[in-house]
Design a protein around this ligand. Structure first.
Ligand code: NAP
Length: 334
């Protein structure tokens, strides 16, 4: 292991909040029993919130952010992992209360790690990352839960909000691969062609859903994936057809939800919360093994921006303003 390596370190002293690329050594890494040479990390909305000011998610400073990463085990004191194993990490509050992946070496609890499936490489694993895992959970909930678990009607017409974001774009592709007609909701007219290229049948502007919702509207959707919350989610609930499942995972627009009981008691609509952070390892292994089958990397690659640690500092404010699209991955060797 190199004596010194690079990491993005956040610090807070009084009112002053700093972000710096620092040269550190392994004595800096204080959590966990498996040391990993990180190859790729992701830039997620939650990372952007943490990079801004810790977002009250970070309890101690100095701190290394980065809520997801892929890499190779360097040293392990955990029974399930040995040097050379290729792993994926997402969630478990790594990058929040534990040091994360914005570092050339990371040390985490081996219980948090998933062995990388053979049909993905380390870069592809981070193209999927937290966003993809969350999109998978949402997509399976919307489609398979209704069709297979609840033995319901086939899910044909689905809507995905925040469609050009990390979770949204992946959900558009996955639901389209699962055979649904996907309507993508975006605030960016310039992304219409891109959204169609990843599988959207129709694209509507966020403005159309950013209005006060009626208790019940014309039923249009068999299922939905919502990444933005607020009025958009209120309208999606009102437009969801009998027994449809709305998988809600995000709050990119608003944490508030002002709705009525009508969609739930008249149409049996289900609002299904998604939290990928604490998903069990059993579920993660299943989802990661499905991931490669539902992603067309040839198409997705065009929307992937590969950046280095320095670039993260310039890009995260744009993500917080909703000015970014697609998935950003951080190459720790760049
Ligand atoms: N529950 C979980 O386990 C979990 C896991 C991962 C992420 N999340 C959450 O899911 C959400 C999306 O995450 P992400 O990583 O995909 O973020 P992202 O890449 O920044 O995408 C968010 C998208 O939402 C849309 N958007 C942004 N601001 C908006 C606004 N004010 N009104 C309406 N739409 C807006 C934009 O889509 P358009 O450009 O298409 O308009 C944007 O691209 C976040 O809230 C994140 O915290 C939750």
């Amino acid at each position: 292991m190199s004596e010194q390596f690079k990491a993005l370190v956040l610090n807070q002293k009084g009112e002053e909040f700093s972000r710096e690329i620092k040269s550190i050594d392994k004595s800096f890494l204080k959590h966990g029993d498996v040391t990993i040479k990180v190859e790729y990390s992701g830039l997620n909305y939650k990372d952007a919130l943490i990079l801004k000011n810790g977002a009250r998610l970070v309890k101690e400073f100095p701190h290394i952010p980065g809520i997801d990463f892929s890499g190779v085990v360097h040293e392990s004191n955990h029974k399930n992992f040995k040097s050379g194993d290729e792993i994926i990490l997402t969630g478990w509050r790594v990058g929040e209360i534990y040091f994360g992946g914005y570092s050339q070496f990371a040390k985490v609890n081996g219980d948090f790690l998933v062995k990388k499936p053979k049909n993905l490489d380390l870069r592809q694993s981070m193209i999927i990352g937290t966003a993809g895992l969350t999109a998978l959970m949402c997509s399976f909930t919307t489609k398979a839960t209704r069709e297979e678990l609840l033995l319901g009607e086939k899910v044909e017409n689905v809507i995905v909000s925040g469609a050009s974001g990390g979770v949204g774009s992946m959900a558009v592709m996955m639901l389209s691969k699962l055979g649904c007609n996907v309507t993508a909701v975006t605030g960016k007219e310039s992304n219409i062609d891109y959204l169609k290229s990843i599988g959207a049948k129709n694209v509507i502007n966020t403005k159309e859903l950013n209005k006060d919702a009626r208790p019940l509207d014309k039923g249009l959707w068999d299922g939905a994936v919502d990444t933005v919350g607020g009025k958009v989610l209120e309208n999606i609930l009102a437009q969801t057809k009998e027994t449809g499942i709305v998988a809600a995972c995000g709050n990119a627009a608003d944490i508030k939800l002002n709705t009525t009981v009508m969609p739930f008691i008249i149409r049996g609509v289900k609002l299904w919360g998604i939290n990928s952070v604490n998903a069990s390892i059993k579920r993660r292994n299943f989802l990661w093994n499905e991931a490669g089958k539902l992603i067309d990397f040839g198409i997705l690659e065009k929307s992937i921006k590969e950046i280095n640690l320095d670039e993260v500092i310039n890009i995260f404010p744009k993500m917080l303003k909703g000015e970014t699209s697609g998935r950003y991955i951080i190459n720790l060797n760049k």
